[in-house]
Design a protein around this ligand. Sequence first.
Ligand code: B1M
Length: 650
Amino acid sequence: MNSRQRLLTALNHQEPDRIPFDLGGTVLTSIHVNAYKRLRQYLGLPEKDIEVMDIFQQIAVVDEDVRQKLGADIRNVAPRSSATFKIVINTTDLPGYDFFHDEWKIGWRKPKEGGFFYDMFDHPLANATSINDIKNFPWPDPVDPARFEGLAERARYVAEDMGEPVILGGLAAGFFELTCWTRGYGKVYPDLVNNVEWVTYLMDRIIDLKLQYWEVALPMVGQYADVVQEADDVAGQFGLLISPEVYRKLIKPRHKKIVDFIKARSNARVFYHCCGAVRDIIPDLVDIGFDIINPVQVSAKGMESKALKQDFGRDITFWGGLVDTQGVFTDGTPQQVRDEVRRRIDDFAPEGGFVAATVHNIQSNVPPENIMAMWEALQEYGCYEADNAPGRRPPDYWQDYPEAPARPVTFNTSPDSMAGRALTPEEAAALFNEEQPLAPVLNELKDAIINGNPPVALDKARRALDAGINPGVIISDVVMPAMQVVGSKFECGEYFLPEMMAAAIGTQGVMKVLRPKLIESGIQPVAKAIIGTVKGDLHDIGKNLVAMMWEGAGFNVIDLGPDVSADKFIKAIQDNQPQLVGMSALLTTTMPMMGKIIRALEDAGVRDQVKILIGGAGVTQAFAEQVGADGYAPDASAAVRKAKELLALN
Ligand code: B1M
């Protein structure tokens, strides 16, 4: 069986000779250049200049010698937008960073020191307001012939001469991702609540470009297109980022439009990449016509491999999930990696419908020993023709492995970390004193905050001040309880990211108006806090939410932004004398930076002046203890309770 037959058999939900293996076949299943260099050394392969497959993620092109040694089945033949656009890296004009703008005018930067990736810092439509701003934007040409140069011949060569499958990439990223990248995450989520017409116009403009691209690419590759790639991250560690209802109303019909368009022009299977806890909408993905789901983030909530296979294994192929890059792959022993791989194979592989790949790209901190442990376990247990094939193992099979952990990945939902418990929405609503009803303007302010309408919230706050209402009363009787209602709705799954962010942005605007008045009347904030996402890490959505929730709880918050070094934290403490320091990190590669920053605060003699609270997707209570933080909170609402507990403010 050649690689193409192997993959097609698996996609038909039948068992090939062995599980198809993907390393470097897509920009979502590859390996960071640092980990790749170490892997080559470990394999005894000659040193060479590493070709970068994707400049943003700094992942490597997996060379022929490694492909041969490891038997990789999938090869990247996608035309890439950057192929037609000359990236010019500016090394001088942004202190501390190298940067460039891509053909969508999105700005990307990489820290000069210790940077692993290029990250977005400039969103060209961040300040756009009208439909004309979208119409007049200089969009890239999706059918620029340079994009397609040599594509048909390469596809033929890969399929016929190499006997490998052809995976055709789309135009840049998914339509929702491109919406977020051009507009900015911090704007798009609230737009989904209070700027729907505008933001869906933007989505549809981007979809037009994507369809124009597919219109040319699909017939060009023709019968050789085995799989085409689409992607849109709509989930985080604990669940969807947007509610299933909003997904079904705004995103699903647009995904369907794209998939229908592709399927009307090709027999290719459609691969859909979405990180995180996506289980709740897998039936929708099947309904849309997606054939494959990636990266199958098995450590996220509800993504347990056995249950996923049981519930959806007949309808969709799992491409990923072999070993979790957030868990044992980085920190575990090779034996733990082997155990996890064996377990995932047993869960996902029976009856085909499984392509072995790590959960997302192999990150820079994964040791080569663990990569090879993964590969060896795949060789040992991933052969369908062997006696011990997945699905045909003896019943006492796991007993051979007393050390095999039931759940090899630590999950960041430790109840110990919670300061008290979240209020129910009813309890939170009862914070508004029913016996002393609020003045009408305050009632309207409350509703505007809870319903995520920032302009109305701002207007009502100004009117309340004009009516002579004390700013301290506005905060204590309206803003703080309103944000508690919002927080409790978020924690119990009634609110998702868009609703929460819209409410928090409203509160931020209100606080901006109230703060000078508070100072004038001598009212002190509850406490002063500084917060930042640690150096090397650009994930700031969660950190922003924590900052905004703290503001809503009456804290004076100084937000240092993402990519914050120890020196910057120390200076901010010295300059501002806060009682609380918040740190956020979402990457296993940047989590250790939290410990380093705490050591630096100790060395600078400022550690004892502050309480330190940490959080982020992979962070756990145990990790917080290990690095010497004072507390951990799993979400923004809990971060308010924990902060108050640490500062004894209740
Ligand atoms: Co990235 N990414 N990402 N990403 N991304 C993750 C984190 C990942 C888990 C996805 C995966 O593996 N499937 C993975 C990390 C794996 C690992 O660590 N081993 C990952 C990776 C690998 C990467 C890149 C390397 C690129 C890549 O290969 N894909 C790259 C790195 C960039 C960098 O930081 N240098 C990258 C880039 C990006 C985007 C730019 C595309 C985008 C970020 C946009 C932005 O933030 N401006 C992005 C996104 C969106 C995600 C996922 C899909 C969602 C993260 C998110 O925003 N969640 C994520 C998948 C996942 O989380 N499982 C993923 C919503 C947010 C509200 O939740 O941030 O967890 P969260 O915050 C929560 C809590 O954690 C907590 O409260 C918040 C609100 O309730 N919390 C705190 C957070 N901070 C806190 C601080 C506190 C207390 C609580 O006290 C101070």
